[in-house]
Write a protein that binds this ligand. Structure first.
Ligand code: PLP
Length: 385
């Protein structure tokens, strides 16, 4: 059976050039960058070269990049590490209601340890109102953590507008850019942020490799999550995952080179997919913002068809996509994101996310449109009988 992967927001295949770049660091150049001999120092040079590449992709300084083990770890380090290091300045943290669980659960953990957490609402398209940010700031506020682009509905937040507020109030601004890095061009200065999380496996790099940008002038230090050998300026002890770090930087380099051409290709396919579904399958609705959305994201509700039933039917036809967040796809409850945009329950329970990537072809999009037509008609007929 022909298999079609439309779940690029959950994870991407590793680019062949990325694999080629990583391979030598498993066997020939396997040294530990902390070793003083030349094998170790060669590995150290490779890590520093990767740091330079990531810094240049973000418009940052190399000493502002810390390598981590994932986007989840970057988010935890940013939030817990900043909160712990700035306890004396205040205990109030603001996040949004559509954050990834790695931000949401971290904030709730801090709440159970005495911090005050404000969870900002979003509108029906998933946008945060910068005025709500302004209104929620108190003299105890130390940190605002807002995602750049949402993993489920794809909505892109007005981060640069929000950063004007955080700058004025001297509040640290953390942005989870796991879904946007490599997919939307930006620099840390364009977004005006102090901390930024990225993850390699969302941009055709390996799983288990991420990074955190830390603006030196506003965030001199984060309390580490991991204590040990003092790697990464003492903020992230652990022997460096050299192949993973090389994979992240190679993936970022390729994404930077390809981003404009690739975005044109992906946007064309995404718009065809969305328009055809909305035009030819009745009782369907696009979730998220119509234009301020990730290029590859199409989140659509098929009224009357439970998303788990739809996913199973599509999987049986060889099509991989997801409902809600992939990390929580075993729950049938509408995700916290769909609840936050206040989708009516029928629409929330019937939403699926089709995410398009670099390797998606027009033929695949045409095929999935036909399958979606057939499947939705068949499932609706079954519901009636
Ligand atoms: N943040 C967002 C927005 C995500 O979509 C994800 C993964 O789905 C993460 C953070 C976590 O990244 P990782 O899988 O590298 O832990």
């Amino acid at each position: 059976m022909k298999k079609i992967y439309l779940d690029y927001s959950a994870s991407t295949p590793v680019d062949r050039d990325v694999i080629d770049a990583m391979l030598p660091y498993y066997r020939e150049n396997f040294g530990n960058p902390s070793s003083t001999h030349s094998t170790g120092q060669e590995a150290k040079a490779v890590v520093e070269n990767s740091r330079n590449i990531i810094a240049s992709c973000l418009g940052a300084n190399p000493f502002e990049i810390i390598f981590t083990g994932s986007g989840t770890e970057s988010n935890n380090l940013a939030i817990k590490g900043f909160a712990d290091a700035n306890k004396d300045k205040g205990n109030h943290i603001i996040i949004s209601s559509i954050e990834h669980y790695s931000v949401l659960e971290t904030a709730l953990f801090l709440k159970s340890h005495g911090y005050t957490i404000t969870i900002l609402p979003v509108d029906s398209m998933g946008l945060i109102d910068p005025d709500d940010v302004k209104k929620s700031i108190t003299d105890k506020t130390i940190l605002l953590s807002i995602m750049h682009a949402n993993n489920e509905i794809g909505t892109i937040q007005p981060t640069s507008e929000i950063s004007q507020i955080t700058k004025k109030h001297e509040i640290c601004f953390h942005v989870d850019a796991v879904q946007s890095f490599g997919h939307i061009p930006f620099t840390v200065d364009m977004l005006g942020i102090d901390l930024l999380s990225i993850s390699a496996h969302k941009l055709y790099g390996p799983k288990g490799s991420g990074a955190l940008y830390i603006r030196k002038e506003s965030v001199p230090f984060l309390l580490p999550l991991l204590h040990g050998g003092g790697q990464e300026s003492g903020m992230r002890s652990s022997t460096h995952n050299v192949p993973g770090i090389v994979g992240l930087s190679k993936a970022a380099e390729i994404a930077k080179k390809k981003i404009h051409l690739e975005t044109d290709h992906i946007l064309k396919l995404r718009d065809k997919l969305i328009n055809k579904i909305l035009d030819t399958i009745e009782n369907t609705m696009l979730n998220g913002h119509p234009t301020k959305r990730l290029p590859g994201n199409a989140n659509i509700s098929f009224a009357g068809i439970k998303s788990d039933v739809m996913l199973l039917s599509l999987d049986m036809k060889g099509i991989a996509c997801s409902s809600g967040s992939a990390c929580h796809s075993s729950t049938v409850e509408p995700s916290h994101v769909l609840q936050a945009i206040r989708l009516e329950s029928d629409m929330a329970e019937s939403s699926i996310r089709l995410s398009i990537g670099r390797d998606t072809t027009e033929k695949e999009i045409d095929y999935i449109i036909e399958i979606l037509k057939d499947t939705s008609h068949r499932l609706r007929r079954m519901n009636k009988s």
